[in-house]
Design a protein around this ligand. Sequence first.
Ligand code: C2E
Ligand code: SIN
Ligand code: SIN
Ligand code: FE
Ligand code: FE
Length: 672
Amino acid sequence: MEVILRGVRGSIANPSSETLFYGGHTTCIEVRTNEGALILFDAGTGLFQMNNYLPVHKECHIFFTHAHADHIQGLCFFKPMHDPEWTVHLYASKAVQETLLGYLAGQLFPVPFQSFRGNIVWHVVEAGKMVQVTSVHGTPQQGVQVEPLAAHHPGGGFAYKVHGDEGVFFYSGDHEISPTPAARESAQALLRGVDLAVVDAMFGKEDYQPDWGHSMWEEWVASAEVAGVGCLVLSHHEPTRSDRVLDQLQHKLQRMEKPGGPKLLVAKEGDRFFPPQVPTFVAQPSDWLPLFLDSLSRYREESSILDRILAKSREVTGADAGTVFVAEGNELVFAYTHNDSLFSVDTAYKHAYSTLRIPLSMESIAGYTAITGTVLNLPDVRQLPKNVPYAFNNTFDNSTGYRTQSVLCVPFYHMGGEIAGVLQLINSHDSHTGKVCPFSPGSEQYVKLLAREARNILERGSLLRKHIYRMLHMAASHDPAETGPHAERVGAIAAELYQVWGNRQGISLDKIRYEKSCIRLAAMLHDVGKVGVSDLILKKPASLTDDEFTVMRRHTTMGAAILYPSGEDIADMAYEIALHHHQKWDGTGYAGGEGHGKLVGEAIPLPARITALSDVFDALVSPRCYKKAWPFDNAMNLIRDESGKHFDPALVDCMEEVYALLPMIYTRFPDS
Ligand code: C2E
Ligand code: SIN
Ligand code: SIN
Ligand code: FE
Ligand code: FE
C-alpha cells in the first residue's frame, strides 16, 4: 500500500509563494493498493492533481468523510467523472450523498450531474460496516478493507481505516479531540494498531477554537504515543500557516520524538508513504537549501555544478548512488555518476568522462521522466507498475554486480522551460536499519526544489560554456587545431592534474573541487590569442622561420589582452594561463614577442605550469598541419625527459597518475 498526500490544507485552498513548499490544496489523500486499486479519501482541490496520475484501468473509489466545501470542491473537476470509459465509486453517508447530489445538481457547476459522462456508482457507508475494495472492475482479488469510523465533527462525519496486507492506514478527515478524558480515550481507540495516521491538526494550543470540529496537534501527538502509532502525519493545515510556520512546527516535532515512539511529521503535498514502513526524516530545506545554494553559486563550471547538485541530492535522499543525465538532442548523455557501493571516492571521478548515451525515449526510466516531466518514485524497479511504457535497464547491474532497487527520477529544466536533463537517484537507505528502502516522503519534493532553485546557477554555467565555445570558435577559424575537443581535453587534463597535485599537497577537498572547476574552464582558453595571429603562419604546413615564430609567440600576450583580469576567479586564472602557458620551468620559455617576460620555476603561476603540460601533451598526441600525431607512450616519454627543464617535476609526477584516465578523456572528447 502506498499513501500519497495530494492536498493538505483545511477550510480553503491557499496556494501562494508562502505556502509553496507544504502546498496550498485542500484535502485529498491517495491510496494505491498493492494490486493497483486507486482509493481516494475526500475530494478537496487536491483531487485536481490526480488528473495527472490516473491509472490505466479506469476505475477508482472515493470515500467522503463529510461534505464541507474543502473536502468536495475538486469532484466536478476530476476528469474521470466526465469520461464514459471510467467507473467512479463514491462512498458516503446518506446525508453526505444528498449534499453532494445537490452540489452536483446545478447552480454551482455548468454541467448538471445527470450529464456527467463517467459511470458513477454510489455506495452508502455506515460506521463499523467494512467495505471491501477489490482491484480492477470487480475482478475477484484480495483487495483491502476500508473501515468507516464515526468522527467527532459538527454535523457528524467519518474517519477511515484501511486494512492493507502489510499495514493499517488511518485518515481522520475532520475530527476534534476535545481536551477531555473521554475524547482523548476515543482518539486513542481510533489510533490503536495504526501504522500511518494522517490527521486533522488544524490548530495548536495557541489558536485552538473549541467546538469548530478540529483538533490541536498536541492532542494527536499525545494520543498517538499512547496508541503506539508508527508514524503520525499532521495535516489539514490552517490556510494561513506559511511554510516558515510549518517548518517551525516540524522542528518542534522532531525534538519531541521519543525512542520507540511515533515518527512525527508535518504533512506536505506530494509526500508519499509505504506503511508500515516508518519514513526517515529528512531535514527541512530551510535548514540546508540556502547554505547549499550559497556554496553552489561560487561555481561557474557546468559539470562541477551538476556534480555538486548530484552530491547534495544523494545526501538529502539517503541515496547510495545517482546519475545525472544531460539532454543533448535526441539523447540523454550519462554525464556523471556517483556510487558509494562500487567506487571509492578516489575512482568515482573516472566516470565524469563516461560516454554512455541512451535514446531520449519513453522506454527508459530516465527518458520517460525527461519526455513527460513526470517524477518517478519507484519502490522497486523489478516490480514496476503494469502498463507503463518504461522498463528497467539492468545492463549496468549485470556488468557490475550492483543491485538497483528503489529509484527516484526527477527532471530539471532550463530557465526557459526546456528540459535540461534528469537526476536519477538509486537505492535510498533507511538510516536506522541501513537497508535499502523506497525514497522517503519529501525526498521527491526536496530534489525537485533543489533542481528548481539551482536552475539559474546551472543556466549561468551553461551560458559561460557557450561563451567559451564562441571564443574558441573564433580562434578555430584561424587555427583549425584549436577546436572545442582540443580545448576540452587540455581543460580536462589540467583539471585532473590539479586534483592529483592538490591531493598530494593536502589541500582541502572543498578547495580542490572549486579550483579544479575553475582551471577546467580557464585552461580551455589558453590559445585564444591565436585569433590575432595571421592564418599564413598558423596554417603553414612546415616549420616556422624565426620571424614567424616571433609573431607566433605573441598569441600569449594577445590572449592576455582579451582575457584581462577582472577580479573574477576564472577570468583571472584564464589571463595567467594565456600569458604564461609557454613559460618553461628552467626559465627558457616565453610570454609575448622575442625576449619578453621570461619567468622561472615557481614564479610561473601554477595554473600556467599545469596548462603547459596538458597543452603540450595534447599537441603531441594530436595531428597538426606541421606534424603527425604521436602515440601516448612517446608523448609521455618526452614529458618525462622534459621534467625539470620544460615542466615542473612535481607535475610530471602527477601526470603519471593522470595517465590512466587519458583514454577516457580522449574517448569523451574525440576530434570531430
Ligand atoms: P600548438 O600546436 O598547440 O603546440 C603547443 C606546444 O606543444 C608547442 O609550443 C610545443 O611546446 C609543443 N609541441 C607541439 N608539437 C611539438 C613537436 O612536434 N615536438 C615537440 N618537442 N614539441 C611540440 P610552441 O613550440 O611554443 O608553439 C606554439 C604554437 O606555435 C603551436 O601551438 C603552433 O600553433 C605553432 N607552431 C609551433 N611550431 C610550428 C611549426 O613548425 N609550424 C607551424 N605551422 N606552427 C607551429
Ligand atoms: C569533473 O568535471 O571532473 C567532475 C566535476 C568536478 O568535481 O569538478
Ligand atoms: C534508465 O533510466 O532506465 C536507464 C539507466 C538505468 O537503468 O540506470
Ligand atoms: Fe599556446
Ligand atoms: Fe593549444
